[in-house]
Ligand binder design. Structure first.
Ligand SMILES: *Cc1c(COP(=O)(O)O)cnc(C)c1O
Length: 457
């Protein structure tokens, strides 16, 4: 299977042909899941002693399995946080695989890590973090948040008094589920600040003041959100920065979704204060048009991340030799062996230039504004709050939670759109509402109208 024969040549051509047609497809079919038994009945056993052959396996994949997936870049896929990797980025994902580069250490990956670092330098510049700040690409926002929280905790535990204490982190109720999950991974307690919209510096200060003495001793980090996933709300990053400074706390900003908007001049001011963060999470695979998976963690003082994450091992010692010196991505996050997952972003940035990124992110923001206007013109619909970043929350008057679920399933079943409901808190408790999240710049006003039309009486 490592030989090159006519079958390998043919398979290469088939795969490339498929890749070209998918990369250039502007209206992929909106696939939908089937249950596993159903898929098994259609596909059968694929792993056998003899192998079923690439041709058959690929055919099964294309004809049966692929239609049971949702293309993340469908222009009417507005659920969760969709994605829309640029064509250059997707093509370079193929190149990244074909190039077989180990991305953990400069010694093996120098040329590729150089490219990643160019893209990282640009990301850091968007944040306005001070000289010396730098970061590394991770598998996603979850891994970035975990890497930052571990760095924060290890830094806190340098003080012998904290060595055996269980840590405590404060975030807002709008924080992403991964913050809760990763606090569990590092066995830290989490206090959630109950803020209706953005968490402010005052909210944070009050929450700190309300901690009992033992909790206050264990508090080591605050996580602010730079664009909540549910509604696009940006915490008061400046106010929170000041409180963190005054209280001597690690200040992390989770901008996994919203971070892309740092490039958009129209909303950049909403992120003021982010430059004071000790660490920041940004997911290029969300709003910076990278293919999965590509997250990023940025540190004000990368040397603190290195102290927390650098792995020791005698078989790794060779990498410390003269000539192999350079930036080792493995030293700044939780993963050792890694794909050069920043390469697609680098190639797309180099190909397209920053201005096109500005345009494409602004486009998502405009689509959200436009949706707001279109919703307000329709008597059966009601905006829940003004669109924020690229998120829009609205209601269909008179609908029960089940009506929303049925509507979602019907639209998906008919191949019209994938839009899912979410919950939003009002003075009467949590309500079911519809949520749009725009990423794909190819989504059109017509696409929005098509979806809104399915909500008519
Ligand atoms: C999506 C998201 C995450 C998790 O990122 P993954 O890439 O899915 O691991 C974390 N925080 C926020 C704010 C997000 O939007």
């Amino acid at each position: 299977m490592h030989n090159i024969d006519i079958e390998v040549v043919e398979m290469t051509l088939d795969v490339m042909k498929y890749a070209i047609s998918r990369i250039t497809d502007t209206s992929p079919t909106l696939g939908k899941p089937k249950n596993e038994e159903e898929l098994y009945k259609l596909v059968g056993e694929t792993i056998t002693s003899e192998g079923i052959g690439g041709e058959k396996a690929f055919k099964l994949f294309k004809d049966i399995l692929l239609p049971a997936t949702v293309p993340i870049d469908h222009p009417r896929h507005l659920a969760f946080v969709p994605a829309s990797p640029t064509r250059a980025a997707v093509m370079f994902d193929l190149v990244t695989s074909a190039s077989s580069i180990h991305g953990a250490y400069w010694m093996e990956g120098a040329g590729g890590i150089f490219c990643e670092n160019q893209a990282m330098k640009w990301l850091v510049s968007l944040t306005g973090m001070p000289e010396g700040a730098f970061g590394v690409f991770t598998s996603g926002g979850t891994a970035a948040n975990l890497s930052a929280m571990v760095t924060a905790r290890e830094n806190w535990r340098k003080d012998a008094a904290n060595r055996n204490k269980k840590g405590l982190v404060i975030a807002s109720i709008g924080a992403h589920s991964s913050i809760k999950a990763m606090a569990q991974v590092i066995d830290a307690d989490l206090v959630l600040v109950d803020a209706d919209e953005a968490m402010t510096g005052e909210d944070l200060q009050m929450s700190i003041n309300n901690l009992d003495a033992s909790q206050r001793e264990r508090l080591f980090a605050v996580v602010a959100t730079g664009g909540t996933t549910n509604a696009g709300i940006i915490d008061d990053l400046e106010g929170i920065a000041q409180v963190c400074k005054k209280e001597g706390l690690w200040y992390h900003v989770d901008a996994a979704y919203g971070g892309g908007a740092l490039v958009a001049d129209s909303v950049r001011h909403l992120f003021n204060g982010i430059e004071k963060a000790d660490s920041i999470t940004i997911d290029p695979h969300k709003w910076l048009f990278s293919p999965y998976d590509c997250g990023a963690v940025l540190y004000k003082k990368p040397e603190l991340a290195k102290e927390a994450h650098s792995q020791e091992g005698s078989y790794l010692d060779i990498f410390k030799d003269e000539g192999a010196h350079g930036f080792n991505p493995a030293d700044y996050q939780i993963q050792l062996t890694r794909r050069l997952r920043g390469l697609p972003l680098w190639f797309s940035l180099a190909t397209n230039g920053i201005d096109k990124y500005k345009w494409a992110v602004e486009r998502g923001i405009s689509l959200a504004k436009l949706s707001g206007e279109l919703i307000e013109k329709r008597p059966e619909l009601e905006l829940v709050r003004p669109p924020s970043l690229s998120c829009v929350l609205f209601k269909r008057k008179g609908w029960s939670p089940e009506s929303y679920t049925n509507w979602t399933y019907n639209n998906h079943k008919e191949g019209i759109a994938l839009v899912t409901p979410t919950k939003w808190r009002t003075k009467d408790g949590y309500e079911t509402v519809i949520r749009f999240c725009f990423i794909n710049p190819d989504t059109s006003a017509k696409d929005i109208e098509v979806i809104l039309d399915t909500l008519k009486k």
